[in-house]
Design a protein around this ligand. Structure first.
Ligand SMILES: [Fe+2]
Ligand SMILES: [Fe+2]
Length: 175
């Protein structure tokens, strides 16, 4: 397997892992009977599945996880908890911002996979990415419908989270 393929799987597993930690942080603050608890729990369950399937692919192909995993564990949880503490709309703003970046990230990977020569085609990985991307786009739509853009200081908050997300992607590819 080419090293760029390992890198792809590594960063995707890191991202899905981070997503589960963000939702865990949000759920820790929101509890189970908040108005948006069900919505968050549903998205969290989808992220758990994304992560589990990338864990499996990683093990099958002998790809090592990012060394930053312990950091994303804490940073993801903190981001989720902090946004939920600001309020439910800020929690949704966090999801909308993250999923905007993840959608772009997965789109870029799909372009890369489609540009590879037939001998390097990877239908298994391609199918996973395309399916997960569709769910991330759904998460963004759900978050926007739930009032993400009405969060306090939305442009600032969303901009900072998107920047952090791009940073996380860049780091998890390399380290
Ligand atoms: Fe995901
Ligand atoms: Fe998602």
């Amino acid at each position: 397997m080419t090293s760029d393929r390992s890198q792809m799987i590594r960063v995707d597993q890191a991202g899905e892992y981070g997503a589960t930690r963000i939702y865990a942080g949000q759920m820790a603050v929101l509890g189970t009977d908040h108005a948006i608890s069900g919505t968050v729990a549903h998205m969290a369950a989808q992220e758990e599945r994304h992560r589990r399937l990338f864990d499996k692919l990683m093990a099958e192909r002998g790809v090592r996880p990012t060394l930053l995993q312990p950091f994303w564990d804490v940073a993801g949880f903190a981001l989720g908890a902090a946004t939920a503490l600001i309020g439910p709309k800020a929690a949704m703003a966090c999801t909308a911002a993250i999923e905007t970046e993840i959608d772009a990230h997965y789109a870029e990977q799909l372009r890369e996979l489609d540009a590879a020569p037939p001998s390097e085609a990877d239908p298994e990985l391609r199918k996973m990415i395309a399916e997960f991307q569709a769910e991330e786009v759904e998460h963004r739509a759900t978050a926007l419908a739930a009032g993400a853009e009405q969060a306090p200081a939305y442009p600032l908050l969303a901009g900072a989270i998107r920047l952090g997300c791009r940073f996380a992607i860049a780091m998890s590819k390399r380290i």
